[in-house]
Ligand binder design. Structure first.
Ligand code: PGA
Length: 225
């Protein structure tokens, strides 16, 4: 399975998301050849909006079987009096995936391996597939996680994507098993994704900046399908 994941972070208002979904629909519908390829091939385009917009995006794009919805994060907690938390239990049946352990959460919100482990357990309990982000070989791996996104901090949001050969080196260091899907994230965009993809070692991308633009993101889908 190939994955192309949009991580919009906290960078879009509701009206921008409305515009994004409208444009993305239009691009898919105007390109029937690519639409058929996306439908017939094992590829998932996973959109991860901020929590309040998950249902809207799902509703707007539910008729494309290759589009799935993910959360950018979920709570460590299962349920209860925890103002502001969004739990896996609440999102069960709405989302298929959740990003877990993004470096921005680790560095800005003090997320530790203990939190990450709890989040993975919540995902498992409520049928949500975790997409675990690791920054390097020092971050823990978890047997329950099938989708791994290697995201070097030096490359996230900087425009300085890591060389594909270095990414493959890291894949070896991480001892990624053949059952795992190995994704790359860090300034991946429509101009560089094919270079990774043709190595045959990278199963897709976790995309920040380039996913904010529906045309660029659509072009990435075009380049890897
Ligand atoms: P970027 O972000 O594509 O803007 O580097 C990737 C990420 O943070 O997941």
């Amino acid at each position: 399975m190939k994955y192309l994941i949009a991580n919009w972070k906290a960078q879009m208002t509701f009206s921008q998301i409305q515009e994004w979904t409208r444009e993305f629909r239009q691009q898919i519908d105007e390109n029937s050849q690519l639409k058929n390829k996306l439908t017939d091939n094992p590829i998932s385009i996973i959109l991860c909006p901020p929590h309040p917009f998950i249902l809207y995006v799902k509703d707007q794009l539910h008729d494309y079987p290759f589009i799935k919805i993910g959360a950018q994060d979920i709570s460590t907690i299962e349920e209860g009096k925890f103002t502001g938390e969004v739990t896996a239990k609440a999102l069960q049946g709405i989302i298929d995936y959740s990003i877990i352990g993004h470096s921005e959460r680790r560095s800005n919100f003090g997320e530790t391996e203990k939190h990450i482990e709890q989040k993975i357990q919540q995902c498992q309990k409520y049928n949500i597939e975790p997409i675990l982000c690791v920054r390097d070989e020092k971050d823990s791996m978890y047997p329950a996680v099938k989708i791994l996104a290697f995201e070097p901090v030096s490359a996230i949001g900087t425009g300085k994507n890591m060389d594909p050969l270095q990414v493959i080196e890291m894949k070896k260091k991480l001892a990624v098993s053949p059952e795992n899907s190995f994704l790359y994230g860090g300034s991946a965009d429509e101009t560089n994704c094919a270079g990774y993809y043709k190595t045959g070692e990278i199963d897709g991308f976790l995309v920040g900046n380039a996913s904010l633009n529906p045309t660029k993101f659509f072009e990435m889908a075009h380049n890897i399908v």
